[in-house]
Design a protein around this ligand. Sequence first.
Ligand code: AMP
Length: 395
Amino acid sequence: MNVLVINAGSSSLKYQLMDPETGAVSAKGLCERIGIDGRLTHKVGDRKVEMDIPMPTHSEAITAVLDILVDKENGVIASTDEIDAVGHRVLHGGMKFSDSCIIDDKCIKAIEDCIPLGPLHNPANLMGIRACQAVMPGKPQVAVFDTAFHMTMPPKAYRYAIPKTYYENDDIRRYGFHGTSHKYVTRRAIALTGRQDIKLINCHLGNGSSLSAVKDGKCQDTSMGLSPLAGVCMGTRSGDIDACVVQFIMNKYGMTADECLNMLNKKSGVLALSGVSSDFRDIEDAAAKGNADAALALEKFAYEVRKYVGAYAAALGGCDCLVFTAGVGENSASMRARICEGLEYMGVKLDPEKNNVRGKEALISADDSKVQVWVIPTNEELMIAQDTAELVGKM
Ligand code: AMP
């Protein structure tokens, strides 16, 4: 089976053609500068092709993707009939979606209704969906939501302690993000440990970072909130912050709420703390050369992740398994060691040699560690392809 996985942004569109059963990717690529001029980067194995193609809208971008997928020289399929279904990543499913969904008029209307909750991403995701409908009419399509995995949280985790009207009338609550990644590593952790009922803490640590507390495969709590700004500090996002900081800065510097939020989303986090970069590799290099601000950024990031791990162990009544995933979680042995330092009291003991691993599935805890610690590379595209295949199979 071939599933075309699409992640549409406002001016970009990422794609992968993959087999949901084996996870094999036959081709992948990226359309950029949609609405400006248009550029396609297409990869088949190690071969990479780049070309300028006019893309006034997402429809031309999808057409360019389909053309290259069936192209004699660079393609991997003979005709678009070989694409069985399309799976779309959609940011915000609000309270309307607790699972992935076959795309029909009702689903599109519900994604539209969630635009106030995901004002930047949902309109772009819809452009990708509509473009596929226009270019491949009748092809089964599925929407996979970044928020859906977290919809099993109980009210004590998702409600904010603010007047009820904002929840009842405006759907203001904790939703959480990276749900597709948390769902994927949860499934893998259950398979790897052979236990469905494990108390699991997932650390998705990348440019954006979030943690989730999972029991019996179901999310009980997560660190991001109504938006992806909440939780631990990240590449450029502040993470959790006292709302009065926003009021103070707006008043003193005459900033609007949008300007202040832009600062918290794009100019904060480890970028602001280190003054070096939002990329953990640059910060680790700078810290190794003696930069004290870079060292503080690393220390604070590890401290915040460690605090959430402690909080989630308390929330779950224990922890059987700790998982590291995403760019930093999969690749930075030193950050994993820093985070686990001080978690010995709850039974976390890393094996320094096993921890010396990058980008592959590995058990990195010591044999006598009470908590199993795993590195599990995330694969959001595979999760999207599998959800799509499952739903389309049910049609
Ligand atoms: P992601 O958002 O999951 O793609 O993660 C991207 C981030 O992972 C980058 O910004 C880097 O900071 C981080 N990263 C990738 N490789 C490494 C590495 N070898 N060591 C430390 N951080 C890394």
